[in-house]
Design a protein around this ligand. Structure first.
Ligand code: ZN
Length: 234
């Protein structure tokens, strides 16, 4: 699970212990009505994220079993992917959307583990500020969708997705999807942990810096020797 190195370590260890519940929570969220997965409207993605964060904080404070709490974090992780996923507004059966959905898991093992930064102001801010912060993150998704459509057309159409290589812009888009959703999930999970009274250690941050994790993702020990700082690429 790509978020483990960046989560507050005490929370990361609980998630690692209850991985099965985490995945079942994420699968459960996938089956919810489609308006829950998109921005806009009364019961949309942003309000769902805020509600889920507040529910999780209350559950931890009332000492709910950690298996249940971690399942709730799985739901939150699904929402973080929705927030960053191109084609979220595509019609059912869109061939480009289907190709991209098949491509991402096939490329995932080759995508490095990158964290785009700890948002301390969001983590320590009120729940009311979460939907706005999340909507901002959604801004570039339409552009990414366009890039994937053009890239697939370049190689002969959506059915040719298996011939995309790792220098393709679709590979770049898949990397952004996985690492941006991981970053958003980590910041939201840190919001929950912080507001539930847990310890959220600062991660090293610098202007235009990103963090890269080497090796299999696992809960970090601070200070981690496996953290590398790298200049962010535009
Ligand atoms: Zn969804």
């Amino acid at each position: 699970m790509r978020a483990l190195p960046w989560l507050p370590p005490d929370l990361a260890r609980q998630v690692a212990r209850h991985m099965r519940e985490f995945h079942s929570g994420a699968a459960m969220a996938a089956a919810w009505p489609s308006s829950f997965h998109r921005l806009g409207g009364g019961q949309d993605l942003a309000t769902g994220i805020r509600a889920q964060c507040e529910r999780l904080t209350a559950a931890i404070r009332s000492r709910a079993p950690f298996a249940d709490v971690v399942a709730g974090f799985g739901v939150l992780a699904h929402f973080a992917v929705d927030l960053n996923a191109p084609f979220s507004g595509a019609e059912d059966g869109d061939a480009y959307a289907q190709s991209f959905a098949s491509y991402v898991p096939s490329a995932a093992p080759r995508i490095p583990f990158v964290f785009y930064g700890q948002e301390r102001a969001t983590i320590r801010g009120t729940a009311a500020k979460l939907p706005g912060a999340m909507a901002l993150r959604h801004g570039e998704v339409d552009l990414l969708e366009l890039i994937v459509r053009e890239d697939l057309d370049r190689i002969g159409g959506p059915r040719a997705w298996r011939s995309l290589d790792d220098r393709s812009s679709t590979f770049g888009t898949a990397s952004l999807l996985l690492n941006h959703s991981t970053t958003d999930f980590v910041n939201l999970a840190a919001w929950v942990w912080y507001h539930a009274g847990g310890l959220v250690p600062d991660l090293p941050v610098g202007k235009d810096m990103i963090l890269v994790w080497k090796g299999e993702p696992q809960p970090r020990e601070a200070p981690g020797p496996r953290l590398a700082l790298r200049q962010a690429r535009p």
